[in-house]
Design a protein around this ligand. Structure first.
Ligand code: AMP
Length: 441
């Protein structure tokens, strides 16, 4: 039983706040996104991985970080009937790395290249482009440190937006490693402490817990302070500096334009060295970043494996689809049906069910509406669906052992032998395809 208060404050049986139904008319965008992800994954040799939506909470606490907004405020975490502490996954990388270790993927030739496409859950404040269940596709390369991989993973992320002709801007930074980041963090902390009273309340709270996060604050009062703050790239150790320079050189080689942005620190603890985000060109805030990622060289060992370098990115599917809708890019339409099967009377209806099966078996794109009985409403549907031909099976045709083929373009109707329905319709369809071809000049 639900507590009375909960039933009262909402309508019965409605969507949970921040969740979204994906209705049939939306599906072609989703199919397109999925097929693009599959295509790029295949091109670059990534294998698909699906991990559960539910994991032990401590996986995310450890991987994403105790002091991140995601873990601290947004994670759907609960204790189940067996007293297990579980959480709906807020991001994809932690589960992928857990699976990599649990199934011994470290024994395969390295690097292991994996990709996923699935829902994530964050109890954030829902607003435009921000949901509590949203979908991400992500690509991960585990087991390689070379800068060439950083550049290639960035190129793949970039290509998703190129594929829909969307100009995007790639924001890139390096946040160093465990040996050089603390030096920078101290410098940053000192700088921020001196300006504490001018910082936003949120940033003041972050100052002691996670000062790096202040750099990607969107609060207005923080902006002048962030603009003058020390930058990580000035504190990189020799190795991190060389790595970063190489990444940039590879990007130059690949002709991927980028903007150096010292505020791209990413929200999660597991990042090191290269971090990047993909922004629409007009937007300025992280709020609506299309995607982002970076190197996470420490994560595999943090989750109990050997020291293993890795890098990845994740992009929001809803945001990707929104961009498609805002541009002129045309997502391929679902293949239209070619034939409508209309039936009149009980005997014809009975025969139609089987005929429908035979037509589909023959590879024809056929639709019906068996719940209608009059010819007029059925022809109206056929018209709306823009099919090329309607097959009409009525009382007379049943008695004569025939079927009528109506050409929907000119209304001409021909009667053919019922037993020859499939070859006759195929012949006409082939002819109509030839007629549809644009004339050669
Ligand atoms: P993040 O790991 O937070 O950088 O998320 C990766 C991508 O997922 C972001 O760049 C967004 O495109 C998308 N994303 C993250 N959070 C949400 C959300 N609450 N609603 C919709 N999309 C989101």
């Amino acid at each position: 039983m639900l507590p009375k208060k909960e039933v009262k404050k909402r309508k019965e049986f409605q969507l949970v706040k921040g969740m979204k139904d994906i209705l049939p008319e939306e599906q072609r965008y989703w199919d397109f996104a999925r097929s693009l992800v599959d295509r790029l994954a295949r091109q670059y040799g990534f294998k698909k991985i699906e991990t559960p939506i539910l994991e032990f909470s401590d996986l995310f606490v450890r991987a994403v970080g105790q002091t991140t907004d995601i873990v601290e405020k947004e994670m759907y975490a609960f204790t189940d009937q067996g007293d297990d502490h579980l959480a709906l996954r807020p991001e994809g990388t932690a589960g992928v790395v857990r699976a990599y270790l649990e199934h011994g993927l470290q024994t395969l030739p390295q690097p292991v290249k994996l990709f996923y496409f699935g829902p994530m859950f964050r109890r954030d404040n829902p607003q435009a482009g921000r949901f509590r269940q949203h979908w991400q596709f992500g690509f991960e390369v585990i087991g390689e440190t070379d800068a060439i991989i950083d550049a290639q993973i960035i190129l793949i992320a970039y290509k998703f937006y190129q594929a829909i002709n969307l100009p995007v801007s790639l924001q890139i930074n390096s946040i160093g490693c465990l040996s050089c980041r603390p030096v920078f963090e101290n410098e940053l902390k000192d700088y921020l402490k001196k300006r504490k009273s001018k910082l936003s309340i949120i940033s003041q709270e972050r100052l002691f817990k996670n000062p790096l996060r202040i750099l990607d604050s969107k609060e207005k009062e923080d902006q002048p302070i962030i603009a003058e703050a020390p930058q990580q790239i000035d504190f990189l150790c020799e190795e991190c500096k060389n790595h970063f320079i190489q990444v940039l050189e590879y990007l130059d080689e690949l002709e991927v334009p980028y903007a150096l942005n010292s505020s791209i620190v990413r929200g999660l603890d597991y990042y090191s060295r290269t971090t990047f985000e993909i922004w629409t060109q007009k937007e300025e805030g992280r709020q609506s970043a299309l995607g982002g990622g970076g190197r996470y060289d420490g994560l595999v060992s943090l989750l109990g494996g050997l020291e293993t370098p890795a890098i990845g990115f994740a992009c929001g599917v809803e945001r990707f689809i929104n961009q498609i809708k805002e541009t002129d890019f045309k997502v391929p339409e679902e293949a239209r049906p070619e034939i409508f099967l209309a039936q009149l009377g009980a005997a014809a209806r009975k025969k139609s069910v089987l005929l429908f099966e035979e037509l589909t078996k023959a590879g024809l794109k056929v639709v019906e509406n068996f719940s209608k009985s009059g010819l007029k409403p059925q022809l109206e549907i056929a018209d709306k669906l823009k099919v090329k031909f309607t097959l009409i099976l009525g009382q007379k045709e049943i008695i004569d052992g025939t079927i009528m083929i109506r050409d929907m373009e000119n209304g001409i109707q021909e009667v053919v032998d019922f037993g020859k329905t499939i070859p006759e319709i195929k012949k006409r369809l082939e002819k109509s395809v030839v007629n549809d071809q644009p004339e050669k000049v």
